[in-house]
Write a protein that binds this ligand. Structure first.
Ligand code: PGA
Length: 251
């Protein structure tokens, strides 16, 4: 069985003081939950602060993005070597990166390979736009994102995939558990074709898009949903703690 993972994606939110307060409010309660890997993904500039606050707890740390090169003339970017040792996970190919910053499947693939080479666990984000779903292309779009995103990857053991339909992110319009399960089965199939059924069966697949404490259990009940990538609700200490506790009931 894959590990259950609940990841909080803070996006471009929190000042240093707010980041500190948010972690202090939920750290002990999150640390006490068993059976779930809880992961906080603050902005780059708070990684070290949050790492210090999480030291000695079971709560893991992730970055929200990364450049594939290890160093060089890439003003404003952060490299795998800079993240190595500071955090364990890195979100890659989030739809906001794809939509707002023009990231292609090929660029996301370079990042995934660089993350793995640096010993980081990539959370590869995939998901279709509304018009693609309405046009009946959702599965094909996601299969391509997974296929190209994992080109050249030989070992799936560190890999996490998050299915986040673009139309469900930050909209309050979450995918139904059936839609989520159906796409997870598609993703699991694509992983099995590449890595074999055993490795595919061990890969944590997360659902993301308007996850809250009212719907997290419905996702957690789906056989191929192994957790959630939570945006908005991860900025509310009480709500995020409850989401992790509810997910733990089904892990
Ligand atoms: P949301 O964001 O929970 O606010 O919809 C999810 C995400 O973008 O990871």
């Amino acid at each position: 069985m894959p590990t259950t993972i609940i990841a909080g994606n803070w996006k471009m939110n929190t000042t240093r003081q707010e980041a500190r307060a948010l972690v202090e409010q939920m750290r002990d309660a999150l640390d006490a939950v068993e059976g779930v890997t809880t992961l906080l993904c603050p902005p780059f500039v708070h990684l070290e602060t949050v790492a210090d606050l999480l030291r000695g707890t079971s709560v893991a740390l992730g970055a929200q993005n990364m450049h594939p090169e290890s160093s060089g003339a890439f003003t404003g970017e952060v490299s795998p070597d800079m993240l190595r040792g500071l955090c364990e996970y890195v979100i890659l190919g989030h739809s906001e990166r794809r939509e707002l910053f023009g990231e292609t499947d090929e660029f996301v693939n370079a990042k995934v390979r660089a993350a793995l080479a640096a010993g980081l666990r990539p959370i590869l984000c995939v998901g279709e736009r509304l018009e693609q779903r309405e046009g009946g292309e959702a599965d094909a779009v996601v299969e391509r994102q997974v296929g190209v995103g994992l080109e050249g990857v030989e070992d799936a053991s560190a890999l996490v995939v998050a299915y986040e339909p673009v139309w469900a992110i930050g909209t309050g319009r979450a995918a139904t558990p059936d839609v989520a399960q159906s796409m997870m089965a598609t993703i699991r199939g694509a992983l099995a074709a590449r890595f074999g059924a055993d490795a595919a069966g061990e890969a944590p697949l997360l659902y993301g898009g308007s996850v809250n404490l009212g719907n997290v259990e419905e996702y957690a009940r789906q056989p191929d949903v192994n957790g959630a990538l939570v945006g908005g609700a991860s900025l509310d200490a009480e709500a995020f703690t409850k989401i992790v506790q509810l997910a733990a009931r089904h892990s």
